[in-house]
Design a protein around this ligand. Structure first.
Ligand code: AHR
Length: 496
């Protein structure tokens, strides 16, 4: 079966830049993301700098990770940064109450995180502790990180071996303050935000981009209260967290690899809801900020399934299938298409946790299907969005329907057009015809991530089952682009 779609691509409409920071990632002290993920046992036989695993760094550099959020998540509101600086053997050991009750030895702290970001050549995004920390503690952390001069915290930083400030910009003021970050009301949190943010200073040459701890999925009232109570000039962004649960049920989310078409359909439907979610929160923001000065920061998103059988339930370790790749492609298309408001996003989480890019098992490392989608989409970073207009055919299961195709397009600084397309229908090929206006191009190349079954995945025995491959299904026909998207595919087309 085959269906045809016509997409209008008009480069004259390209105005808004797709912030590269939409392609950001999240790394929490949770399960095996930091410990036994990025930060490994000195005895592990892999290339390392200090204890940072360099095969992971190399893989992430390849997809140009623009920023990394740390140390949480829920962990951030119980993290006391001074426990994680100075000689490692003197750092206190503590319990990670949020995630598995394991010992946190604080060997990975501020300096180690910023060294990781330097190796990745990405920007740090630090989430400060509002839930159980003090205003003074947060103020001093910022001084330690960003002040270039003589002061108690700048001096302490130098004693710990770092002369120059790091100039961290992205600064989260708490995390999920409606939940694990303190169970607050939005009114109470808005007041606290103003207090914490006042003393998180902009030091010379190091202005902070302060991010308000935003809503849980559909809680529009949370966004409304923040926008009403916090002056626009005092915030750079407002966050939003939304996870795609296959079943929609937190007590039985569904397996990462064992599911039928009905559950596949439901997952896609739940994932595509990100579009209305972004739209609805933006509408609320528009009431107070019609010029869109404040960014929407979707700093936690991704598929959240049941953990792999036999693993610690507090570690959130899950496999990653073709279904995850399709969710990644669709969500990134949604963020691109909302580039005027969404400026930062962070997939949860980079290594060994939730919808990970990378899974490790001792010395072994594999790249998930989600990783390969980020590899395809990196072409959109800082390119100009070309708004698309098209009507997708439906993908129907049990009388319920969702659009089978989603897409986004951009034009980069060299005048090259990139279109990314997702066909989430598991059975139908979809052929695309585009009318290309305002563009001179001589040919098309492409790449594809696909697999015959939606629950196919990369295992340590077969790590390259799903990879990014050359796509040969597109051609130039006069000024028309013709492409044939196989079922279950994420495709990137380059026109130049
Ligand atoms: O990403 C896992 C957890 O999900 C984060 O710690 C928290 O912010 C969210 O609830």
């Amino acid at each position: 079966a085959q269906t045809a779609v016509t997409i209008d691509v008009n480069t004259a409409n390209a105005k808004t830049v797709i912030s590269k920071d939409i392609y950001g990632h999240f790394s929490e002290h949770l399960g095996r993301c930091i410990y036994d993920g990025f930060w490994v046992d000195p005895a592990l036989n892999v290339p390392k700098k200090d204890r940072i695993r360099l095969d992971i760094v190399d893989a992430l550099k390849k997809i140009k990770v623009p920023n990394l959020r740390w140390p949480g998540g829920c962990f951030a509101d119980e993290y006391h940064w001074r426990d994680g600086i100075g000689p490692r053997e003197q750092r206190p050991k503590m319990v990670n109450t949020n995630w598995g009750g394991v010992v946190e030895d604080n060997s990975f702290g501020t300096h180690e995180f910023l060294e990781l970001c330097a190796l990745l050549e990405c920007e740090p995004y630090i989430a400060g502790n509002v839930g159980s920390g003090t205003v003074e503690e947060m103020a001093k952390w910022v001084e330690y990180l960003n002040f270039d001069g003589i002061s108690p915290m700048a001096n302490l930083r130098k004693e710990n071996g770092r002369e120059k400030p790091w100039k961290v910009a992205f600064w989260g003021v708490g995390n999920e303050s409606w939940g694990c970050g303190g169970n607050m009301t939005p009114e109470y949190y808005a007041d606290l935000y103003k207090r914490y943010a006042t003393y998180a200073r902009d030091y010379p040459g190091a202005p902070l981009k302060k991010i308000v701890s935003g809503a849980n999925s559909w809680d529009l009232n949370w966004t409304e209260v923040l926008m009403k109570n916090i002056p626009i000039r005092d915030m750079w962004g407002v966050s939003l967290h939304y996870y795609t649960l296959p079943t929609g049920n937190w007590s039985k989310k569904g397996s990462a690899t064992v599911f039928d078409e009905k559950e596949y359909f439901q997952t896609m439907k739940n994932g595509l809801a990100m579009d209305s979610l972004v739209r609805k929160h933006s509408e609320v923001m528009d009431k107070y900020d019609p010029q869109k000065k404040v960014a929407l920061v979707v700093d936690e998103w991704g598929v959240w399934t049941d953990v792999e059988p036999g693993t610690n339930p507090g570690f959130l370790y899950q496999q990653n299938s073709m279904r995850d790749a399709l969710i990644a492609g669709a969500t990134l298309n949604i963020f691109n298409n909302h580039a005027e408001r969404v400026k930062v996003a962070s997939l949860a989480q980079t290594v060994n946790v939730l919808q990970a890019l990378i899974l490790t098992e001792k010395e072994k490392m594999l790249l998930t299907p989600t990783y390969h989608v980020f590899d395809l989409y990196k072409v959109h970073m800082d390119a100009k969005l070309i708004p698309l207009n098209f009507k997708s055919p439906d993908y129907v299961v049990d009388g319920d329907k969702i659009p089978a195709v989603n897409a986004s397009a951009s034009i980069d600084s060299n005048g090259v057009v990139h279109i990314t397309l997702v066909n989430l229908d598991p059975k139908k090929k979809i052929s695309i015809n585009t009318a290309l206006n305002g563009l001179k191009w001589s040919g098309v190349t492409g790449r594809i991530v696909t697999s015959p079954k939606f629950n196919d995945y990369n295992s340590f025995d077969n790590p390259n089952k799903i990879v990014a491959a050359q796509f040969k299904g597109a051609k130039k026909n006069g000024n028309q682009l013709r492409a044939e998207l196989p079922p279950l595919s994420v495709v990137e087309l380059t026109l130049k």
